[in-house]
Design a protein. Structure first.
Length: 72
């Protein structure tokens, strides 16, 4: 797993990609307010991708949308 954090003002998006049994990667986004504990994260699925790099790019794109549109 590879985690990265994006922040916009008072909002945080944590992105990661998880390798699946069929060797694809599930891109995942978790969003929350900075002041909230990690347990309060909201999960946003970001798709299945053939490579880790593509999954991380997909997750980053989805996370940026969540931050821009304040999807929490």
């Amino acid at each position: 797993m590879t985690d990265r954090i994006l922040q916009s003002g008072t909002h945080i998006a944590r992105i990661t990609a998880v390798q699946m049994p069929d060797d694809t990667y599930e891109a995942q986004v978790f969003v929350r307010l900075v002041r909230e504990p990690e347990i309060a994260e909201t999960y946003i699925p970001a798709g299945i991708f053939p490579t880790l790099d593509e999954a991380m790019q997909g997750a980053q794109s989805r996370a940026q949308r969540a931050l821009d549109e304040k999807e929490f």
